[in-house]
Design a protein around this ligand. Structure first.
Ligand SMILES: [Zn+2]
Length: 262
């Protein structure tokens, strides 16, 4: 699969060779690139060996200009979902590539504009660092987080903005292992302050799936994905036009693997 940057780059002035050397400007110097991605290292060597000598002078602008990070416009909802799952595979197998990006360049490029390709509704849990576990970086994922990953009206508003204004192609509602919010809802005990305000949002999943924590967490992700599809006219309209996909998923803390919940 081509990288998002390659897919996004539709500038007709750039030929394939120039495109091939372009990612060099956003990755760390060769000596700093971790060793565990042999295919990328091979790519680097091939590119340097064959093309750079003749191109540095001829296409200096391309060589120096940082690549665009605006990536989502060329992706279908299925491709956007695949990009998330591919990123999680890199994360769960210890082959992260996002850390090779130059964050200074990415920050500069996204000051005025963002075009994230995906949105994720995740729990606030500290063990679920969304960008990291999908191997993504600045400007790629529109993330909303709330304990229990529940679609409150403010969360729906945020995800509508992501889809309708920013153009996200997929919304992934992600529960996770050992979720304290789901566990507390199952237990139904007295809790301090306003913590119990979360319970009514999660209770339908517990009613449906029973007291098993994993089953209730998966049911909760499905219910809130379904809620987004149905209660938001903005999201349901985009889904009907095949411009957006809403899916439920479950993150396993021990393995690092995100799996779709059907
Ligand atoms: Zn949680």
């Amino acid at each position: 699969m081509r990288s998002l940057i390659d897919v996004a780059d539709d500038d007709p002035k750039r030929d394939g060779t120039a495109l091939d050397i372009e990612p060099l400007s956003i990755y760390a110097p060769h000596s700093q690139v971790p060793d565990e991605n042999p295919s990328r290292r091979t790519f680097f060597k091939m590119t340097f060996g064959g093309a750079v000598a003749g191109l540095v002078t001829a296409t200096t602008m391309e060589f120096v200009a940082p690549p665009r990070v605006f990536a989502q416009s060329a992706l279908s909802p299925d491709a956007a979902l695949q990009e998330l799952m591919d990123g999680n595979r890199r994360f769960s197998t210890g082959h992260l590539s996002s850390r090779e990006h130059d964050l200074e360049i990415l920050k500069q490029q996204t000051v005025d504009k963002q075009e994230p390709f995906a949105a994720v509704l995740s729990c606030a849990d500290s063990r679920v660092p969304v960008e990291l576990l999908f191997d993504q970086t600045i400007g790629h994922i529109f993330v909303t987080r709330i304990a229990g990953n529940v679609a409150t009206s403010e969360i729906i508003a945020s995800l509508e903005y992501g889809a309708a204004v920013l153009g996200t192609k997929v919304i992934l509602v992600m529960g996770h292992g050992n979720c304290g919010a789901v566990k507390a809802t199952i237990q139904g005990k007295q809790v301090p302050g306003q913590i119990s305000a979360l319970f009514p949002h999660i209770q339908p999943a517990v009613d449906q799936a029973g007291p098993n924590l994993e089953a209730a967490t998966k049911a909760n992700a499905k219910i809130h994905a379904s809620l987004l599809r149905q209660s938001s006219t903005v999201i349901s309209g985009l889904v009907k036009e095949n411009k957006l996909k809403v899916v439920a998923a479950y993150y396993d803390l021990a393995t690092g693997v995100v799996s779709l919940v059907e």
